[in-house]
Design a protein around this ligand. Sequence first.
Ligand code: T1G
Length: 655
Amino acid sequence: MTAITFSPDVSGTVTDGVLVVTLDNPPVNAASQTVRAGIMAALAHLNGNSTLKAMVITGAGKSFVGGADIREFGKPPVDPILPDVVSAIEASEKPVIAALNGVALGGGLEIALACHQRIAAPAAKLGLPEVKLGLVPGAGGTQRLPRLTGVAAAIEMIGSGRAVSAAEALRLGVIDRIAGGVLVEEAIALAGEQARRPTRRTGTLPVRAGAEADLEAAAKKVLGKARGQTAPAEAIRLVKLAAHATLDTGLAEERRTFLELKDGEQARALRHVFFAERASAKVDGLEGVQPRKLETIGIVGMGLMGSGIAVSALDAGFRVIAVEQSAEAAEKGRTRIEDMLRKNLVSGRIDQTGFDARISRLKTAGDKAALQPADLVIEAVFDDYDVKATLFRELEGIVRDDAILATNTSYLDPDRLAAETRNPARVIGLHFFSPANIMRLMEVVKGAKTAPDVLATGLQLAKRLGKLPIVCGVTEGFIGNRIFSAYRKEAEFLLEDGASPAEIDSAMEGFGMAMGPFAVFDLAGLEIAWARRKRQAATRDPAERYSVIADRLCEAGRFGQKAGRGWYAYVDGKRQEDPAVTEMIAAARREKGIVPKDFTSGEITRRLVSAMADEGRKLMAEGIASRASDIDLVLINGYGFPAHRGGPMFMAGIE
Ligand code: T1G
């Protein structure tokens, strides 16, 4: 069968009078200029050739089309622009069928929506994730999707940016069929059927507005999660517009909105985060390094962290051996893990088969000897050096020589722990963020002697757990806690200079942080940082500015929310400003002769974000973080820094 070349990544073949066009632009078939030009050439060929009766568009590889080419966004648009390609598909005299072989996202789904029928492979995923990039769909998605699904469902899908399975897409009306056999063959047959019928053009379908209550409920749910982001609200406005404007009016308003958002700060920031996540997976020195086999994960300690890690590993399909110091403690730990799994069963996140499979892969014991078969052991015991050092020495006598030993410590030195073992090359830090079965972020700490294949194995484990691994060097607090410590110090200096805890918290929450710093410190408890400051006191540089206010709180037993008092007073669980703290702050100012000044929210956020960026610069200069964007990802995924701001390094213009 001779192939017709329409562009470097678009080719066609003819079967039974149907032109089958394949898009082949690895790795995800992004709708680049040559893909768009190729589709236009194929349409011209279809409608200019009387022997052809219809066309099928499909993708090579695992994507149909992974979206518009995000790399083009920072540059001027190049013809043919996607909206014109999409309109040309819909206007085609002869029917065009989308054969969705894999992901159809963003512009990819918009291409499919303009086709006259859509048939998907069972494993296909479809979505309009533009809001995750600070955008709205820019090639007809907000106007065509509601014509197939109704307004409320379109608001939910576009406003959340979530992808749906082929089955859900069929239920919603996004696609017409799911292939039972060979997708392209069924698409060709469908094309033949369509050639004998009037062409159904999505853009001409009426919009089912649906019940106002459903529409508002969908909008409320989307806006509830959009904290500070512009795009979701704009997406809702455009979908609602589709219900009472002509297609052309709707498309024009959508395009205007898309172009406005594309060059805005939030879209720039979210594009930075998108590419940062992909860059973080590229670690120098690991090219060609093979990770070790990983099937059985050992966990020491089944407290909150250990049980969270166990659930995360069981969810990812690993066998798990979790141990405690006694049979009784192991039983309690097992119960905690089973309760977490049962909660996921009740919520529908897993089904009974999934629950049973996880339980069948879980082994718990009150004796560390049970860890012998483990390929990698993670310790999640009390963050005390002697406890962990003793444990590592014991583990060396239990596990195989090629098993990896991982510490989950937040603050201790993995190099010191590694030195306790006969083979420090097999020691790595895997710093999970609690709750470990929910939080995506994992700091993968490369010790001075960590072997490359051990590091590669740690990265692979993180990916299989569905985590976002960020490689870092050894320093107290690694990347996240070290920056958070700098953030805390600067917040306390701001108190001395004239701001109040409530003003600072309000400013940072208005900036987009999930919680203000003082509320976070009270929630986490003040005693851990206090213990660390006391440990560091002897070596602290006397010339360095130091605030005693937090120490005074702890000396007064004000350890935070759990103690009922910290930076705030907690009455019936409600946080409120405490005059006693106001007085402590005033006294600290008097002792330093500081005349308090007023701060605007903008001054507060600029000063605190700069403090984070300054510490980030130091981490890069020390070689602890290998790129600025990794630091942004840690703050966004571990500390609630708003993704639509890009991160402290992005805001400081540090690439
Ligand atoms: N454009 C350009 N490059 C892309 C890309 C895209 N849309 N998607 C992925 N890549 C690159 C990525 O940077 C990486 O590059 C490689 O492909 C593999 O990516 C007009 C305006 C499709 C589910 O938001 O969700 O359409 O690091 O590691 O895990 O309305 O990529 O190898 O050099 O993620 O198999 C909307 C974004 C765009 C989808 C595949 N589309 N992509 O996941 O591979 S806006 C999206 C993804 C839009 C229209 C609007 C995922 C994937 P490198 P990967 P993966």
